[in-house]
Design a protein. Structure first.
Length: 358
């Protein structure tokens, strides 16, 4: 699963449980081999990520005003949390009243996005088939309320396959007004087409995110022998929305004509197609990776992801990484898809754990 994953250095609880639990857990764990960083040298890593999301959204929506932008998880980008308030007020203790309070919605970020995709609203965070951590649920519930109140779309993935759990997850997602998907495969890979019909199968044409009643997140295509076989299998489905990596096996891009073929359900009516753009980690199997790359070369390659040796945490504010993201989103928009899911946007948690404020 791509999302709030463990990066080591005490960050596992940070990434699995959400913002509130993160602060408590980080303060209790003994930090290992973390050099002291003076407060004035610690950047606002959350704002650096917001800047990237806003820039991508501005570019895509100028190209296509109907283009939709989803961000996966990263609730701290939307709703101000204690860490960011401390970062502001410790640097300017004489003017604390001028800084927005904890719980404030970041309006520029909100305006840049059309929705948020969250993992484990009810089940699967951190463990598949188990009720999600209560603090994690609490943080996502706050995001759900903002999405509802601001007219944005909440999109969810729950990870369970027991009938009672699936029914419960669907009921809770409906109550939250969410566009829901339940991963029944047991491994959180999101790399298969679920058997059977979509939940709430819908014959109507879909021309915007608000109209979608079901969707398929398919973030890997390794199970398909060829790009054509992958596209044909997706085209035979009746999902209102497909969210997928636009590169078969992360190396071979879909063509313009293949995306056009995917824009129709099997029964013939229009649907939406969103691409996926990972913004916080680089992967050595992706099309852009060069054989000579290693940690520190290019400069944005910072640390290996202990959960997946193929992935490397990046300093996402590095100009060279931002240049790569710019080319990536340009290619996605050029395919004439309807939107993008910005994945791994919570990579700021790794850097925050390296630079405690206390």
């Amino acid at each position: 699963m791509i999302g709030r994953r463990a990066f080591g250095l005490g960050a596992a609880a940070l990434l699995a449980a959400g913002a509130a639990r993160a602060q408590q857990t980080a303060s209790k764990k003994k930090r290992r081999d973390i050099p002291y960083t003076p407060l004035e040298q610690i950047p606002n890593h959350r704002q650096l990520m917001r800047d990237i999301v806003i820039a991508i959204s501005d570019y895509a929506k100028k190209r296509n005003p109907r283009f939709s932008v989803l961000v996966r998880n990263a609730p701290e980008l939307l709703i101000k949390e204690t860490r960011e308030w401390k970062w502001e007020t410790l640097r300017d203790p004489d003017n604390t009243e001028k800084y927005p309070k904890v719980g404030t919605v970041n309006r520029p970020f909100l305006k840049a996005i059309d929705g948020v995709l969250v993992d484990g609203l009810s089940y699967g965070t951190p463990d598949y088939g188990k009720p999600s951590d209560p603090e994690h649920v609490k943080s996502l519930t706050a995001v759900a309320e903002v999405m509802r109140d601001e007219g944005r779309r909440l999109v969810t993935i729950d990870y369970c396959n027991a009938k009672a759990q699936m029914a419960d997850a669907e009921t809770k997602a409906a109550k939250a007004g969410a566009l829901a998907y339940i991963d029944r495969d047991g491994d959180k890979q999101l790399d298969r087409i679920a058997p059977g019909l979509p939940m709430h199968e819908n014959p109507n044409p879909i021309d915007d995110l608000a109209a979608a009643r079901n969707y398929l997140p398919m973030l890997r295509s390794d199970h398909f022998a060829t790009r054509s076989a992958w596209v044909e299998a997706l085209a035979r489905t009746n999902y209102d929305l497909l969210v997928l990596d636009t590169f078969w096996r992360e190396t071979e891009s879909l063509s313009f004509d293949q995306v056009r073929a995917l824009r129709y359900k099997r029964l013939g009516s229009d649907r939406l197609v969103f691409g996926v753009l990972p913004v916080g980690l680089a992967r050595d199997s992706r099309f852009y990776w060069k054989p000579e790359w290693k940690l520190g070369n290019p400069s944005f390659l910072v640390a290996p992801d202990p959960d997946d040796p193929a992935e490397t945490i990046v300093s996402y504010w590095d100009p060279k990484w931002k240049e790569l993201l710019g080319k990536y989103i340009q290619g996605i928009v050029d395919l004439n898809v309807d939107g993008v899911l910005l994945d791994q946007a919570d990579a700021y948690l790794y850097f925050e754990d390296l630079m405690p404020l206390e």
